[in-house]
Each structure stands twice: as C-alpha cells, then as structure tokens.
Design a protein around this ligand. Sequence first.
Ligand SMILES: NC(=O)c1ccc[n+]([C@@H]2O[C@H](COP(=O)([O-])OP(=O)(O)OC[C@H]3O[C@@H](n4cnc5c(N)ncnc54)[C@H](OP(=O)(O)O)[C@@H]3O)[C@@H](O)[C@H]2O)c1
Length: 170
Amino acid sequence: MRNNLILIASADRNWGLGKDNKLLKRIPEDLKRFSDLTRGNVIIVGRKTLESFKDKKPLPDRINIVLTRDKGYRCEDAIIVHSIDELFHEIEKFDKKVFVCGGETIYKQLLSYCELALITQIDEEYEADTYLVNLEENRQWKKTVAEEWQESSAGVRFRYVEYIKAEHNK
Ligand SMILES: NC(=O)c1ccc[n+]([C@@H]2O[C@H](COP(=O)([O-])OP(=O)(O)OC[C@H]3O[C@@H](n4cnc5c(N)ncnc54)[C@H](OP(=O)(O)O)[C@@H]3O)[C@@H](O)[C@H]2O)c1
C-alpha cells in the first residue's frame, strides 16, 4: 500500500470542513491553488464530496477516483471504487501524485496513508457537520510550514499550513 498520499483540505478554527454537503466558505484564492496543485494528478473523493461539485461532475484535467459502497453507482469520467483495498489497487496504476480530497469519512480512513497534509486554515468559526482530525493535537503530525495570514476576496482571513508525518511514527 502506498503511504505517500497527500491530504489537502480547508478547515476553520475548529477543524470544521463542511455543512449540508457544502464547503464552509468558498475562498477563490484557495480553490485556484487546489486546482493548480491537483491538476494532472490523482484525486480521491467520497461519493458525497463528488456530489458537492458543480453539476455533481468530476473535476476536469485530473484522475478522479470516487469511493462508494453502491455497486450500481455510475459516474462518467471518474473511476469508481467500492473499498479501500480496491482504491489502493487502482492508485498503484498511476505514477502521479495522489491527493486525498475528502470529505470527513475519506480523510479519516486515509490519514494513516498520508505523509503530507496541506491545510488552508480559515480564521473563522462556522457551524459545521463534518470535521477533520485535529492535526495540532495528533502526535504523529508536525507542523512544518505556516504562511502569513492573507485576506481573501471573499472577506475572510486564511493561511496555508503544512504538516508532515513524523518519520519514526510512520
Ligand atoms: N473543507 C474541505 O477541504 C472539504 C473537502 C472535501 C469535502 N468537504 C466537505 O465534506 C462534506 C462531505 O463529507 P462526508 O464525510 O459527509 O462525505 P464523503 O466522505 O465525501 O463521502 C462519504 C461517502 O463515501 C463513501 N465511502 C466512504 N468510505 C468508503 C469505503 N471505505 N468504501 C466505499 N465507499 C466509501 C460512501 O458512499 P455511499 O454512501 O455512496 O456508499 C459514503 O457515504 C461536505 O460538506 C463537503 O463540502 C470539505
């Protein structure tokens, strides 16, 4: 199994991810960065996150792998897998970066296979119904980068933070 997956997420001060199957806040600068980083690579999403995308369609110009337990689920231009084992079988085929793109259930199940977490911290507290693991309180993860806070055109403060999994804890 690969253990060099890259987790990418935006989270508020409470590590909230989303509410009612939507992002807590759409930050245009962050969405562009997400697009730039993931384009040409592999992204992994849960079925609910896929359905939160525009027109419920996979993101263009990258390989979208979608997890669902529904054997009848169909989605054009995405690879559908039905278990974590099947997922790993599929990603072995690609010599590309693999980004874990949520939501909560997918981050939880794949955290132990990630070596890097790219987090966009939003300096707000929203009402949320899905959460990321608090990496600050997780001894396996160490913060290595914290960029300056920025003001988004969407009217919130945000910054990019990176965590790596401590080598001896892998
Ligand atoms: N802030 C961020 O960066 C970010 C990123 C992504 C998503 N989000 C937010 O997160 C929320 C969605 O997260 P969520 O946790 O509710 O849903 P999710 O993780 O996107 O999708 C959950 C679904 O994935 C499938 N699944 C999960 N584990 C599986 C496994 N081991 N094998 C096969 N299928 C599996 C199941 O689909 P079936 O029910 O079809 O079986 C499950 O219902 C939304 O609000 C979204 O906007 C935020």
